[in-house]
Design a protein around this ligand. Sequence first.
Ligand SMILES: Nc1ncnc2c1ncn2[C@@H]1O[C@H](COP(=O)(O)OP(=O)(O)OP(=O)(O)O)[C@@H](O)[C@H]1O
Length: 471
Amino acid sequence: MASLEKDEDGFYTPVSAAAAAGASSPPPADAATSVDKKAAEPGENNDLISSTFEVAVTLADQQADPNSPLYSAKTFEELGLHQDLLKGIYDMGFSKPSKIQERALPLLLSNPPTNMIGQSQSGTGKTAAFVLTMLSRVDFTLNKPQALCLAPSRELARQIMSVVAAMGKFTNVQTEYAIKDNLPRNATNITAHIIVGTPGTMADLIRRKVIDVSEIKVFVLDEADNMLDQDGLGDQTLRVKNMLPRTHPVQIILFSATFPDHVRAYSSKFAPKANKIELQKEELSVEGIRQFYMDCKDAEHKYDILVQLYSLLTVGQSIIFCQHRHTADRISARMTAEGHRVASLHGAKDASERDAIIDRFREGREKVLITTNVIARGIDILQVNMVVNYDLPLMNERDKTADERPDIETYIHRIGRTGRFGRKGISINFVHDKKTWLQMEQIEKAIGKKIIRIETNDLDEMEEKMKKALK
Ligand SMILES: Nc1ncnc2c1ncn2[C@@H]1O[C@H](COP(=O)(O)OP(=O)(O)OP(=O)(O)O)[C@@H](O)[C@H]1O
């Protein structure tokens, strides 16, 4: 029987009887680590499914063979999912699992439930992996919350919920949000099976006993490195975790495209004895995204260039990232006054306005969205084929210090709003002085990919290069 023990950081960790009795430690981790080097299979027409990126799989059970077919599923049928879930998957148009789904789902669904730390590039289908796990573990005859999922923004929580609804369409799943301004103030008792939300609101609802956590079996953190970051959402996320039941084990699932070194150790503590799927450092961004930069003369010139790009920005859809909310508002007001159609979205807008703006963008009614890091992560809009870093992402936005180093993780997530699931996409970085040029160079070094220059004074060349990149 597993008991629970609180360590010095406030984590509750299941301790097996053997471990408590001082059993010897397991063999070294690499005993059960495999690097998946599957090359493209001839005849597969989907760029993503036949991709060659490598993942290292490390199993919590050190005796198991990570190369065993048991730990990889080439079809959704092999996973033993309920018919109603299979119907939901096929209804969404999925025909076979993506690489991360192929490797993660057998581990996520096996019994007894084991924690998971899963990494895979942006747009490769992580959401379906954890949503299917939540839906598979819920007992629909019990009207109590059984799975919690946290995300860093209300936009992402709403998107995840739409996946729960689509995959669970043929089940009796009931769902509820834990996001700001969504529930009536006097709500007392949520009986929904799956609750998706942001950490502050989730923690508050649990503390006020509006959410009864006694039957929670699964706890998911999407964008986990961000959710655990001590400079950001880490405290609230830990609060939620420490309110979860201690009477039975809860499966903890962490997913992200990035797990920087400083959160890796913490992640392993947060999700102890987890199966791990990790990317190699040089493969953090997908191949389909072509990265460019434009050397602007000064800050004002950045605005002029953006306006010149407008017709290209509206070929598909595009997202423009700024450092500050006021920059997003200022650019969007100026462009609107000059007759262009753009929308702006950031955290200072109220909840209903934010929902309306992202919904309009999702429906394609707005083609250009000017925003901040608030939607840098997770947002999945397949028609977005261009991302512009009007301002490069910097560490000081994250930790509120004077740290002007580029924020590599945020860069990877921002450009990952395009090039989803094997599609092509373009990202353009604006640099305008020595400092920003050096910051871009640091990004280039960190991601190990060339960022190609586009001349700002040759619109035709620019257009040609971009159209070629999207072909
Ligand atoms: N097996 C599949 N077959 C076809 N399409 C799929 C499959 N799995 C996922 N997709 C689609 O791929 C897109 C990207 O998936 P998802 O949003 O889960 O990516 P992600 O890995 O969570 O990315 P990010 O790191 O940016 O959050 C979605 O539009 C999703 O519907």
